[in-house]
Design a protein around this ligand. Structure first.
Ligand SMILES: [Zn+2]
Length: 122
């Protein structure tokens, strides 16, 4: 009884392991691809109990207490907060415009993350 290649349909002689036409293996020994186990990835970029700082709180703190760098301290930018305090002191308050503008920028969303790179929540 003649066999035919399951791949290309060409007649295959008895005893042959591979099709002479296309080279496919004969005898139903079709190789099955191993099913891949798909790893489920949970999209929780801030898992682990990392608390997101409030943009509103940070902005308002910076707006009203920016001369003391409170908003920046709240966000963890202690270096910038200290700089804002020093600038405010050494300019007799005139430099306080910087933390004031900074507070507006936080409220308007120009500052998107805290010092640890965690996005601010609304
Ligand atoms: Zn074939």
């Amino acid at each position: 009884m003649a066999k035919f290649c399951t791949s290309c349909g060409a007649p295959v002689e008895e005893g042959q392991n591979n099709c002479t036409s296309c080279g496919a293996p004969i005898g139903g020994a079709q190789t099955q691809a191993q099913p891949n186990f798909q790893q489920q990835q949970f999209q929780q970029p801030y898992a682990g109990g990392v608390e997101q700082k409030s943009k509103m709180v940070a902005g308002l703190l910076q707006l009203f207490l920016g001369g003391f760098g409170v908003g920046r301290f709240y966000l963890g930018y202690s270096g910038m907060a200290v700089a804002q305090i020093l600038v405010t002191i050494f300019t007799c308050g005139i430099g306080g415009i910087w933390p004031f503008i900074d507070g507006i920028m936080i409220l308007t969303g120009s500052v998107k993350t805290d010092a640890n790179g965690v996005p601010l929540k609304d």
